[in-house]
Design a protein around this ligand. Structure first.
Ligand SMILES: NC(=O)c1ccc[n+]([C@@H]2O[C@H](COP(=O)([O-])OP(=O)(O)OC[C@H]3O[C@@H](n4cnc5c(N)ncnc54)[C@H](OP(=O)(O)O)[C@@H]3O)[C@@H](O)[C@H]2O)c1
Length: 255
């Protein structure tokens, strides 16, 4: 569904959310494959640690939730290697909440980062890609966007928004030569999931997640989901009628 990326040495990649977890592992995998990588997140010291002494890595620290910081960050990312071929949106907040714990300010913070920051980045990176008729964007959503899940009252809604956005972008951008990737991880052992107090089925390492992303892009997939068995099971569950789906999810999650 997308043009396969087989030679990473031709790719200049901007990772928004590269100082830990999946973004860090993906950065390392890309650098090992010969891509030029711009690493972004708020913690500059962590970005420098990830970049190490790598000549193909550049660091642009900024707060992706702050609208005003995007233009300068984008200009620096574009200047680092003379353009951008792929932009990957990974930065996100995850705050599990039950319905009775809802907090409007916290929901706003999550939507600002998980959703609105992606729109801000897209409006900056798409014009050059559309003018050139090539390039790609990857939205890192989650299988929690497939269906309503207990405790995901805000996070799940932000990820469902990204899934819908990626699908919608495909209609407009694919015919113009751009690649759109929708990345839907299951559980990956990162700082984000460290606080989870339940057993996470088929928990993956960030390195395995990064390899799955590389393989998905090399195969030209639109949706890249991993681990396959767990994420496929949730995908099928999300297609069931509500009268079957809700009791099943209640039973599986115990919530
Ligand atoms: N881990 C999982 O099981 C899992 C499952 C499904 C989906 N995902 C998705 O995968 C993506 C990566 O998550 P992860 O598990 O790797 O989490 P993580 O280790 O917590 O990484 C999140 C990254 O986002 C950056 N970030 C956070 N707030 C930011 C901000 N305001 N501005 C710029 N960067 C910011 C963090 O760096 P700084 O703190 O330095 O800013 C960090 O680099 C997220 O979109 C997440 O929703 C993860």
């Amino acid at each position: 569904m997308n043009r396969p990326i087989q030679d990473w040495r031709t790719q200049r990649v901007w990772l928004v959310g590269a100082s830990s977890g999946i973004g860090e592992a993906f950065a390392q995998a890309l650098l090992a494959a010969g891509a030029k990588v711009v690493l972004s997140a708020r913690r500059e010291s962590e970005l420098r640690r990830v970049a190490g002494a790598h000549a193909l890595a550049a660091v642009v620290a900024f707060d992706a939730a702050a609208e005003a910081e995007w233009p300068a960050a984008h200009a620096k990312a574009e200047a680092a290697f003379g353009g951008l071929d792929l932009v990957v949106f990974l930065a996100a907040r995850y705050e599990p909440q039950r319905a009775w714990e809802l907090d409007a300010a916290a929901a706003t913070r999550s939507f600002e980062l998980n959703v609105l920051s992606v729109y801000r980045g897209l409006t900056l990176v798409l014009p050059a890609m559309l003018a050139n008729g090539c390039g790609g964007v990857a939205l890192v959503a989650s299988v929690s966007g497939y269906t309503g899940l207990p405790k995901a009252s805000v996070y799940g809604a932000t990820k469902a928004a990204l899934i819908n956005l990626a699908e919608t972008l495909y209609f407009d951008l694919a015919p113009r030569g751009l690649a759109i990737y929708l990345v839907n991880p299951g559980f990956v052992a990162t700082p984000m999931t460290r606080a989870n107090d339940f057993s996470m089925p088929e928990l993956m390492t960030p390195q395995a997640a990064a390899q799955a992303m590389l393989a998905g892009m090399a195969a030209g997939r639109f949706e890249i989901r991993f681990p396959r068995r767990f994420t496929s099971m949730l995908w099928w569950l999300s297609r069931l009628p509500y009268s079957w789906r809700f009791p099943l999810l209640h039973k599986v999650t115990g919530l």
